[in-house]
Design a protein around this ligand. Structure first.
Ligand SMILES: Nc1nc2c(c(=O)[nH]1)N[C@H]1C(S)=C(S)[C@@H](COP(=O)(O)OP(=O)(O)OC[C@H]3O[C@@H](n4cnc5c(=O)[nH]c(N)nc54)[C@H](O)[C@@H]3O)O[C@H]1N2
Ligand SMILES: Nc1nc2c(c(=O)[nH]1)N[C@H]1C(S)=C(S)[C@@H](COP(=O)(O)OP(=O)(O)OC[C@H]3O[C@@H](n4cnc5c(=O)[nH]c(N)nc54)[C@H](O)[C@@H]3O)O[C@H]1N2
Ligand code: SF4
Ligand SMILES: [Mo]
Length: 681
């Protein structure tokens, strides 16, 4: 039995460092250590039992070629040589006959590090001249807002939560999506901090909060703007600070003027007295910290909403003290860029928004997409407008590669399947987006079956396509060196990685920065730009303009799909047994004759989901909740929340609007499942 170190690369802010117990070459247990102080010695239950994923019955062990109809999941095993030769032939043929843009890489890679995403893969697709994917399924609206207002300024570090006297959790559920922040929040509360939560659901921390606002999904923008108006109107705006550190405050004030608290209350369904009480508490407290999440971005107003939320600490003068300000993603703390290892400049080929992949596969004709290369991603389970994605993947003339660790819903549609290693079986370099660390890890077990790491497979494909160059970095050490090359702290980071496997930003940079004391907006003039011109031009009606609820008489209910503690996005979905329930408020259920546990059908013009209902006090009236990351097997219709999620885009950042799904729900009188049937609404 040995005990080895590694680090978690999954799509989670916490970036834990891990001890892996290995017995005769098999992983038996994973435990958190404290190499990254943020891990605090514990892991989430998913990764604590990562062995169940590594040795899952649905783990892909061999390369394989389709032997049945698309979607059937029938394959015959082949050698790596046969699989890679076939893929190289198809890629070359598509490029030569129809141009490189007929090839589309389809990846997200949130659950990957810098060696397995954006590096050697990027090299191959750039050199092929493939279509470029806009990686917009997550965080692009919030990313555009932060970037526009504050540049890449490093926000408040999560451990500094303990210094706050008031914590706002806005559209974020750390009890599920970043559990290592919870002890800091509890410590601050014990020290007397107030906790305020804005979420349409009563999350675990909302239940412990001093005040919980539960707005109708997609209405954060008027709520935040009404708070900004109140701050200005009541003399609680810090005009002196704004004059020194901000541009656009008059403009913002003017736009916020349209939203008296009474009107925001009307639109959001939150009591006006609660909004007022909230902003009063916020105005009075210091340090006051807003932990913003991604729940407020997944709708038509997502970018403006996040911009307004992030403008609050500027208007109220909450920066300049440790534990004050805002924290969202700190992925830019180290500023590492995997694409430097691509060793190739990007080409100006066409861009395809991943939120529209279904449409693009079905309609695109200039040229049509002929080769789809899916890796680090389970698009059928996680992209909007699922039925269009499914129809696209079913196209007989589409050649699809799926490269994954397990037989995902998407993998069933592959022409060629490639088995990928997990982070316990390959080298990785992972930069945190919550914890400000970079972790280096090496394999702790041999690859399971014939699985191989991304950096090897894409390099071999480059060789077969005669796209490799002698100066290309190939080994993990060479890739890491290329990524660190030219970085202002390259030596310190490499030194820390050599010494412990973990480089901590606070150690490299000499402490966690306090925004507006020792870190400033990287906006050119070091000021916060409250109404950035480019975002104002991008938003269809200008920044901070509220777009109405898309509900109709036929589809009055908002369906949201928050994260669950059982999966990370769709990873581990194969380990969840049985059917999953949609949560519904008792009044909505009674109106429709739906009892607890009843079979129901959720539907709109895009598709439907058949599952069971759970009556819950945790969702607000008019809102249904069905987790994100489900697999098709988890419902009787073989569909997930994504079947009723529109492929419309956020106001800025061209992001996904999953929570703009507007639906109706009824008792499902039919028996049996739709799985295997081609459902058309
Ligand atoms: N266990 C686990 N951890 C994860 C993930 C996972 O799937 N599982 N996913 C990872 C990824 S990819 C991401 S992006 C992050 C996401 O991290 P979070 O932002 O915390 O995650 P979500 O669950 O998407 O949304 C958070 C909350 O927003 C609420 N919400 C929904 N609509 C609205 C709205 O219009 N306004 C407001 N104010 N709130 C709203 C939801 O009810 C939910 O409680 O978590 C990461 N961590
Ligand atoms: N309805 C609804 N849908 C959503 C959301 C929502 O809120 N509502 N949220 C969205 C969000 S926030 C996100 S981030 C996306 C995420 O969507 P996905 O990117 O699809 O999420 P993951 O589950 O992280 O997918 C990673 C896949 O890559 C595989 N993988 C992991 N490591 C490797 C590797 O090294 N090599 C290879 N070849 N494969 C690997 C995993 O096995 C897994 O199948 O989902 C979005 N979908
Ligand atoms: S998923 Fe998050 S909490 Fe779980 S081990 Fe990975 S980094 Fe830690
Ligand atoms: Mo995400």
């Amino acid at each position: 039995m040995t005990n080895q170190h590694t680090a978690c690369p999954l799509d989670c802010p916490d970036t834990c460092t891990i001890d892996v117990h290995v017995d005769e070459g098999r992983v038996t247990k994973l435990t958190g250590n404290s190499r990254s102080p943020h891990t605090q010695g514990f892991l989430c239950s998913k990764v604590g039992r990562f062995d169940r994923h590594v040795y899952s019955e649905e783990r892909l062990l061999e390369p394989a070629i389709r032997s049945g109809p698309k979607g059937s999941g029938e394959f015959r095993n082949v050698t790596w040589d046969e699989a890679l030769d076939r893929i190289a032939t198809e890629l070359r043929t598509a490029r030569d006959a129809h141009g490189g843009e007929s090839i589309l890489p389809l990846y997200y890679g949130g659950s990957n590090g810098l060696l397995t995403q954006g590096s050697v893969d990027e090299r191959m697709f750039r050199r092929l001249g493939a279509s470029r994917l806009l990686r917009t399924v997550c965080a692009t609206a919030t990313g555009a807002a932060v970037q526009g207002l504050y540049g890449t300024m490093v926000g408040t570090a999560l451990p500094d939560i303990v210094h706050a006297r008031l914590i706002v959790l806005w559209g974020v559920n750390p009890s599920v999506t970043g559990i290592h922040a919870v002890p800091y929040i509890h410590q601050a509360k014990t020290q007397g901090a107030k906790l305020l939560v804005v979420d349409p659901r009563a999350t675990p921390l909302a239940k412990q909060a001093d005040l919980h606002l539960a707005p109708r999904p997609g209405t954060d923008l008027p709520v935040a703007l009404s708070m900004i108006k109140w701050l200005f109107d009541t003399g609680n705006a810090d005009l002196e600070w704004l004059a020194e550190h901000a541009t656009g405050s008059d403009e913002l004030r003017e736009r916020a003027c349209r939203w008296p608290i009474a009107e925001a209350a009307e639109v959001s369904g939150v009591a006006a007295t609660d909004i007022e009480r909230f902003v009063e508490l916020y105005a009075q407290a210091s340090p006051a910290l807003i932990r913003a999440g991604w729940g407020s971005e997944r709708n038509r107003n997502g970018g403006s909403a996040t911009a307004a939320i992030l403008a609050l600490p500027a208007v109220a003068g909450k920066f300049g003290v440790r534990g004050g300000g805002y924290t969202l993603s700190n992925s830019k703390a180290f500023g590492l860029d995997a694409t430097k290892a691509a060793n190739t400049e990007p080409r100006a080929t066409r861009e395809i928004n991943m939120n529209r992949v279904g449409q693009e596969l079905l309609a695109r004709d200039d040229p049509a997409i002929r080769c789809l290369f899916v890796y680090n991603h389970n698009p059928l389970a996680t992209l909007p407008n699922q039925e269009q994605v499914r129809r696209g993947l079913s196209r007989e003339d589409l050649f699809t590669v799926v490269y994954d660790q397990v037989l995902t819903d998407t993998a069933r549609y592959a022409d060629v399947l490639l088995p990928a290693t997990t982070f316990l079986e390959h080298h990785e370099l992972r930069r945190g987006y919550g914890a400000t660390v970079v972790n280096r890890s090496a394999p702790v077990i041999a690859p399971v079956g014939r699985a191989r790491p991304n950096y090897e497979v894409f390099a071999e494909l480059c060789d077969r396509l005669e796209l490799s160059r002698v100066d290309d970095p190939r080994t993990p050490a060479e890739l890491e060196a290329a990524i660190l090359d030219g970085h202002p702290h390259a030596r310190e980071i490499a030194g820390a990685l050599d010494a412990t496997g973990t480089a901590r930003f606070d150690q490299v940079a000499g402490g966690h920065p306090v925004p507006f004391v020792d870190s400033f907006p990287r906006t050119g003039d070091r000021k916060v730009h409250l109404v950035p011109r480019h975002l104002d031009a991008e938003a269809p009606h200008g920044l901070y303009t509220y777009q109405d609820d898309p509900a109709t008489d036929d589809y009055p209910l908002a369906l949201i799909s928050p994260s669950t503690s059982r999966t990370v996005s769709s990873s581990f979905g194969q380990l969840i047994p049985g059917e999953v329930a949609v949560e519904i408020h008792a009044d909505d259920a009674i109106e429709r004759g739906i009892e607890d546990g009843a079979a129901v059908e959720i539907y709109n013009d895009l598709g439907r989901v058949r599952c069971s209902a759970r009556i819950s006090e945790d969702v607000r009236r008019g809102t249904l909740s069905l987790p994100k990351g489900l697999w098709c097997r988890h419902t009787r219709s073989g569909t997930t929340a994504n079947a009723v999620s529109p492929d419309t885009l956020t106001d800025i950042g061209a992001g996904a609007c999953f929570n703009d799904a507007r639906v109706e729900i009824r008792r499902d009188e039919h028996q049996g499942t739709d799985i295997g049937r081609d459902y058309r609404p």
